[in-house]
Design a protein around this ligand. Structure first.
Ligand code: HEM
Length: 402
């Protein structure tokens, strides 16, 4: 109640001032003719500042009222030095993105200011949460937590409005039912595709004791397997990438990093020509793979039982729609999986006793590739990967709007 009263009080007190300063700015602007005097400029600046502040207060009040209507508990607020635009928080977050320390930045903030807390970015009030119950509620109630605001602005330019990561309501249900056959047991239990790429990864690891970047190899491996899984046609980054695959991966890395930064700093609404150009490279690469994969698929029977593209092409969906869904899954499975494996390896390197136990479980396979059932029953390995992912989250979602 305190939060609502405070926000209402400030919004109400500020309203007449906002109205007055906007009127004054308009009057001065109309009277000043083509050359604007300094007092006019100051009035206009003051009017812009006051309107921003007013929007921020109304936004905050709207959130508090909604939270109260839903019976939510109140959450602490980040102690902003700049309570209007939140620049005091945004600048360190942008710096953390540049230094690749954004996960630590978020972790420290959650430890210090609460597992669920408010913050502001460019007048946008955001609830930040790492509370598993909150995350479960958000991800399982698409109607209560639609994809909108900064979250939508982040993914829209790349994935379009009908992708599973950008749509709500019926469009989301449609995308989901189109993608569902890709994830049925028969499909994901087809381990040959993954085995091929894991073998390429193992071959790419230097044997002469030299230093190498495991995360880079893992990212190449997950891109190779994601493209193979979705298109039946791999980028082959670990073995012999074509020049267009290299160009694609550079664009993909630029776009993922930029989208992540813009999403987390509330700047996704700003136009960016560089981002648009890189997105075009990604989209045309996926389209060219789709054309190749579809042509191949029609020439000879595929090795795999089900390839998403064939089913999509038969459904009569447009090329653009198919591309957006394919790209969504490639994005969904690439950095997340590479991140989860990287974190697991990071922790394994520091816990030899866990390595010994994982090894014991793996040796039970007698040097044979595991079947799907065997993989599912390797509980120590599975829990090790889960622990690794809990300690360093493989994904931080850009904000959703309520
Ligand atoms: C360790 C690996 C992974 C992690 C940590 C992870 C995490 C997540 C999270 C947190 C979401 C919700 C995102 C949001 O709405 O903000 C999500 C959604 C999704 N993920 Fe994953 N993911 C992983 C691997 C994969 C893989 C390998 C695929 C597919 C090949 C995949 C496909 C999807 C899809 C399709 C959705 C959207 C579901 C929907 O809206 O109904 N994910 N994932």
């Amino acid at each position: 109640m305190g939060n609502i009263l405070r926000a209402t009080f400030f919004a109400a007190v500020l309203s007449p001032f906002t109205a007055w300063v906007c009127l004054e700015a308009t009057k001065h602007r109309n009277a000043s003719g083509p050359y604007m005097s300094w007092p006019t400029r100051w009035y206009i600046l003051l009017a812009i500042g006051t309107v921003i502040l007013q929007i921020s207060l109304i936004e905050r009040l709207r959130y508090h009222l909604r939270a109260r209507a839903k019976g939510c508990l109140s959450a602490p607020c980040y102690p902003h030095k700049d309570p209007f635009l939140g620049l005091d928080l945004l600048i360190p977050v942008i710096r953390a993105f540049k230094e690749n320390t954004v996960i630590y930045n978020f972790q420290r903030r959650f430890e210090k200011y609460g597992h669920t807390h408010w913050s502001i970015a460019f007048t946008d009030w955001t609830i930040n949460t790492e509370d598993p119950e909150n995350i479960k509620a958000i991800l399982t109630n698409i109607d209560d937590f639609p994809i909108a605001g900064p979250r939508l602005h982040t993914v829209l330019p790349l994935l379009g409005s009908e992708s599973i990561f950008a749509s709500n309501g019926q469009a989301w249900h449609n995308a989901r039912s189109m993608l569902r056959p890709t994830f049925v047991r028969d499909q994901i239990a087809d381990l040959e595709c993954f085995d091929r790429h894991i073998s390429n990864l193992l071959r790419a690891i230097p044997r002469d004791g030299s230093t190498f970047d495991m995360q880079k190899l893992l990212l190449d491996m997950t891109m190779d397997s994601s493209t193979d899984f979705m298109l039946g046609y791999s980028t082959n980054l670990l073995i012999k990438p074509l020049p267009e695959a290299r160009k694609f991966i550079q664009a993909f890395e630029y776009v993922s990093a930029t989208m992540g930064r813009r999403g987390s700093t509330g700047t996704a609404f700003l136009p960016s020509r560089e981002l648009d150009d890189q997105i075009k490279i990604i989209q045309s690469f996926v389209e060219s793979y789709m054309v190749k994969a579809l042509a191949d698929g029609r020439k000879h029977a595929r090795e795999r039982k089900y390839v998403f593209l064939d089913a999509m092409a038969d459904s009569g969906a447009s090329m653009e729609y198919i591309r957006d869904q394919v790209l969504s899954i490639i994005i969904a499975g690439r950095d997340t999986t590479a991140g989860a494996i990287s974190s697991t390896i990071y922790f394994l390197a520091r816990h030899p006793e866990v390595v010994a136990k994982v090894r014991e479980e793996v040796l039970e396979l007698n040097e044979k590739n595991p079947s799907w059932e065997q993989l599912k029953n390797m509980s120590y390995l599975s829990n090790t990967i889960k622990e690794g992912s809990v300690n360093i989250a493989p994904l931080n979602s850009p904000p959703s709007h309520v």
